[in-house]
Design a protein around this ligand. Structure first.
Ligand SMILES: Cc1ncc(COP(=O)(O)O)c(C=O)c1O
Length: 436
């Protein structure tokens, strides 16, 4: 992505985000601060919409809420007619507040509680991406107790096609040894679908797979789609079962640092094309009904729109070993470094010197692993400087915690020199509200 869309420097060498000085944003909204560039999100939404229109028009884009969930983001997704997936009662409660069309909400997750299932049903969310046998039994029990839901529940089965994507182990979701989905290769998926089809009170709609996240290689998508389509052909041939939806998940990679590829619009198109081509060729070969393709991008739509601003605090140099620069954030607002060893790109928000140094940017939490960037190369920093960290729009705010009783920072949406708080920052009173 063109980095000029995300930040520029003005004539005084000050960083501008959405056309506003980073220093002004901090002054007005405090530090640390999550910022999101609305135009960058909209460009990505537009891009994916156009790609699907061209490559596979019979399709639905379902925003993966887990990447960043709040009311304002759903309002943007609604503008593009997107669907969304939710994985918890909290995400359901949030999406309902935005009057999102509930026929476009897909309920995901490997352990939906009865309370969450009932919340969904009561609010007309009927699309369930069913992950395992126990969940199916729970749904059948709910129907038998309450006839109101008979023939309303749409089932999409999450299968595990057994494809290993080359990404961090914790974000691979389709290895045979995974908590997600029903194994395709062992024959379990086939038995599972026959069981659903026996129950006339459930509507079997289709299949879902998600092979992992932050993937740059197209081959695993091709392979997972191929395996799924062979299975769809088998269901038709052996049991005359039609599959109306194939949901190929999300997971397309984004740029975090210079060792990541900076994918172009055409690269993203190629991901969708390999999936679409596999579907089309299998449909043709086996004379199948063309299924609707659903994709679930999360990170790709919001990650690069995000920049987190920090203020430099204490600096400690261990001669000949390392220089630590402490920032006022840390693992409570970005747990991805300690969770996945993610590597980010920092930029000093005011260009003052050409002196570059290598330092380790750390947070303020009581953990040695509370790092923001290990061995970062950037302009020499001093106390009070502002540091911007790029690509923080996905899985940051949504993964934040109150570790060490740090309040979660606010989120500010920027667009064309205008800033709008879309999530208020927490106060100490907020943190104390639940203590008795
Ligand atoms: C089922 C499912 N769909 C979609 C996504 C979104 O993935 P990404 O944000 O990498 O596009 C995830 C991420 O974990 C997921 O688990």
């Amino acid at each position: 992505m063109d980095k000029n869309l995300i930040y520029t420097f003005d004539k005084d060498n000050e960083m501008l985000l959405g056309g506003i000085k980073a220093s002004e944003l901090i002054k007005k909204y405090g530090s640390p601060l999550y910022t999101l560039n609305e135009q960058v999100i909209r460009n990505r939404c537009e891009l994916f919409k156009n790609i699907l229109k061209e490559v596979y028009p019979n399709s639905i884009i379902s925003y993966a809420s887990k990447a960043f969930c709040c009311k304002a983001i759903y309002e943007i997704m609604k503008n593009y007619d997107f669907a969304c997936d939710v994985v918890s009662g909290g995400e359901i409660a949030t999406v309902l507040k935005t009057k999102f069309d509930t026929s476009k909400v897909y309920f995901h997750g490997n352990n939906k509680t009865e309370k969450e299932i009932n919340l969904a049903l009561k609010n007309n969310i009927f699309n369930f991406i069913v992950d395992n046998e126990d969940e199916l039994e729970t749904l059948e029990e709910i129907i038998s107790k309450n006839k109101k839901w008979e023939n309303k529940i749409n089932i999409i089965v999450r299968i595990n096609p057994g494809v290993e994507a080359h990404t961090h182990e914790y974000v691979q979701t389709s290895k045979t040894d995974s908590k997600f989905g029903i194994n395709l290769e062992s024959g379990e998926a086939e038995k599972f679908i026959l069981k659903i089809k026996e129950n006339k009170k459930l509507n079997f709609l289709g299949l879902h797979f998600h092979i992992g996240s932050q993937i740059f290689d197209k081959e695993p998508f091709k392979l997972a789609t191929h395996k799924t389509m062979l299975f769809i052909a088998k269901l038709k041939k052996n049991y005359n079962i039609d599959v109306n939806i194939i949901n190929a998940g999300g997971g397309y990679g984004v740029w975090y640092n210079n060792s990541d590829a900076d994918l172009t619009d055409n690269d993203y198109k190629d991901f969708i094309k390999v999936i679409a081509d596999e579907i089309s060729s299998c449909v043709k070969k086996n004379k199948l009904k063309e299924p609707t393709l659903v994709i679930e991008p999360g990170r790709t739509l919001v990650a690069e729109a995000g920049v987190t601003l920090y203020t430099v605090g204490n600096i400690k140099e261990i001669k000949g070993v390392r220089k630590y620069v402490s920032l006022d954030g840390g693992m409570f607002e970005n747990p991805r470094v300690s969770l996945y060893q993610s590597v980010y790109t920092p930029i000093k928000a005011k260009k003052e010197t050409n002196e570059i140094e290598t330092v380790t940017l750390v947070g303020k939490c009581c953990e040695s692993g509370d790092k923001i960037i290990n061995n970062a190369s950037l302009e020499k920093l001093k106390k009070g400087d502002i540091v911007a960290v790029l690509t923080t729009g996905a899985y940051h705010y949504s993964m934040a915690s109150n570790y060490n009783r740090n309040p979660v920072p606010p989120v500010v949406l920027l667009n064309n020199k205008k800033a709008r708080i879309i999530v208020k920052g927490q106060t100490y009173e907020d943190l104390l509200r639940y203590d008795l």
